[in-house]
Write a protein that binds this ligand. Sequence first.
Ligand code: NAD
Length: 798
Amino acid sequence: MSILEAFDMMDYGPAPEDPAEALAWLDAHERRFNLFIAGEWRAPASESWFESMNPATGETLAHVASAGAADVDAAVAAARRAQPDWWALGCHGRARYLYALARQVQKHSRRLAVLDSLDNGKPIREMRDIDVPLVARHFYHHAGWAQLLAEEFPGHEPLGVAGQVIPWNFPLLMLAWKIAPALATGNTVVLKPAEFTPLTALAFAELCREVGLPAGVVNIVTGAGDTGAALVAHPDVDKVAFTGSTEVGREIRRATADSSKRLTLELGGKSPFIVFDDADLDSAVEGLVDGIWFNQGEVCCAGSRLLVHEPVAERLLGKLRRRMGTLRLGPPQDKAIDVGAVVAPVQLERIRSLVDQAVADGATCYQADTPLPEKGLFYPPTLLTDVGPASIAAQTEIFGPVLTVMTFRTPDEAVTLANNTPYGLAASVWSENINVALGLAPRLKAGVVWVNSTNRFDAACGFGGYRESGYGREGGREGLVEYLIPDWQRRLPALREPEQSLPSAAFGSAPGTGAPLGIDRTAKLYIGGRQTRPDGGNSVPVATADGQHLGEVPLGNRKDIRDAVEAAHKAEAWEHSDGHTRAQILYYVAENLAERGEEFAARLRHMTAADVANARREVETSVERIFAAAAWCDKHDGAVHDPPGRNLTVALQEPMGTIGIVCPECAPLLAFVSLALHAVAAGNRVVAIPSPRYPLIVTDFYQVLETSDVPPGVVNIVTGRPAELSPVLAGHADVAAIWYFGAPSGTVAVKSASVSNMKRVWTHEGRGIDWYDPRQGQGRELLRQATQVKNVWVPYGE
Ligand code: NAD
């Protein structure tokens, strides 16, 4: 073709990336890879290897070791041996290694880009321009955190050995998100890459050797789901960090429930892409190309649900259909390709079958007339219209290049539709009116909100989900904390099981005190700002420390828990109240408790056999604690990040929603106010189960709440048997987090029940904290548990 003809056609010619260097690297390893354990390559005990395939051609790229339990054991042991020295190396020592890794990634960027493109099927252009630069950026950023760790996180220690499991959609990038913060904080790592895309993890292992990383600091075990299962279940792993599907996330939550492993889960999504009628529609179309056709739509935070303002729906869809016709599908190593291959036959089949089901449900399917390559696993960009909000296409993560469209009429309707899935990973909002966009952002249940942009990531800005998209963040300060533990938490004493739990016999089974009969004082449940009787109509006796009858409390049941959660739900306005308002109310609570201090001290004396001084001390410390919670109301601020590119990222500290609190037995008043009022200070609503031994001090406290202008439903109290009530609370879909400080034996049941909506569980694993110590009983750690970071990306400039 002559140049003149080429100008006439204005068509793309082939622009293939040269894969020679990456293929030579595979050949140098004879296309067979062992496990990377303790700094060396080791054959798997099973002597079995699996194939890693190029999805664009069907060719086998290499054979990769399949690690079994014995190999995982060896890798964890290597990481354990390496960890003390790695921590002892100090901040600057670790920073040098992370910096060296960043440089090494840059030096071999071409090889790494081609390898992931071959192994995963993703376009080379995206690997070269997005994935690899972000990988290097992650190591640079965390080299900085390694350097600053002692200064920025005084009194914190690494957790120990991190077991990390990653998916196939961003193989090298997910590795960086896992390994960089773990190493920066002094942990050592055993990482399992996804079985479809192990090659860049193995190439990274080699970079670790090249920079002289001490043996055992990073270990790579390849294999399928059973290798991952062996890793997360390993008893010597201290922290599990998982990225993958919500389904496997649930399995991992269950599998780790009976251990004290710390857990972060980065799971799936079905993210809304909201376009208002005043949006720049051409920009929104380009946003959609990035939102759903980037990486073939195999993106956890893909903008897979287009919610478009009704007046502009047809116009936007017309533009979108035209743009779909210009997207180029084809060989991923061609630099002019927009959409590459789907990772594996099973994924292609999943996409096809979900689209078929959507069409069978009544959806209209549009696919551009784009030629597909003759061989390889390709699926065309797809648009599904005529979709109802409850349909499979609107609810299920397809994880492919499929966009579902719905319309809305008002901002409220947009919010309702946007939040109408169990997920909460990300959202995009398109409007030229900054007030509209920023007004919507806090109302969206999502860990990341992009204004007039989409799929922006940076190492300084935490990424992670709400609800069934998981918990924990990767990136930024909030991501780092997930690998650290305050030193005092290492030294907590184990709690005994309570000596006395609620008697099984009902009303009247304990002997009276023999004191003259006063006027009966009936403790009730406290739900929605009202004192209520228990649904079951039963009460149970409460005894003094020496076994005398002290009174009765209602025996709450699952219906009472449900009522309390519903009351908390109705009090949603608290979440949007400002810190100053909340602070004033909490100060007033403290004032009213102080006013009745002697009465509360007397009650504590009766219940706990504390002497006068200690009972007064508990009340006075409680008043002080409420002051501390009130003080934090308007100070637990977010941050503004300035990541590369022209964006500001506003990191908001958002309340979790409704928090279920199971109170400990010790310091019954102080522990309750510390937990409940910090949660409330951060804008949450609370359903609390007092300790069964000392519930009366908490039921007395609702009178203080009533006189202090605490809105109905913000604090709810259900007495009864925690062993029965706490799994109900932990399993309730409208409870966003559970704080369990009850009897050690209840911890596993609560963690297991929490899988219902993947709620965040906070517990000290049956260890007791000193509620009088402000470091343990108040402040930042409680507020961190009471909030989740939402990063709102706001671009600037023309
Ligand atoms: P997957 O859950 O099937 O597998 C993820 C990883 O877990 C793989 O390495 C797999 O071998 C391993 N695994 C499977 N079963 C296991 C078990 N029982 N125990 C331990 N490990 C096990 O997910 P996938 O198909 O590889 O990836 C796609 C999913 O990942 C999507 O749902 C996507 O949304 C999600 N994802 C989330 C994020 C995020 O940051 N939130 C990022 C990327 C991908």
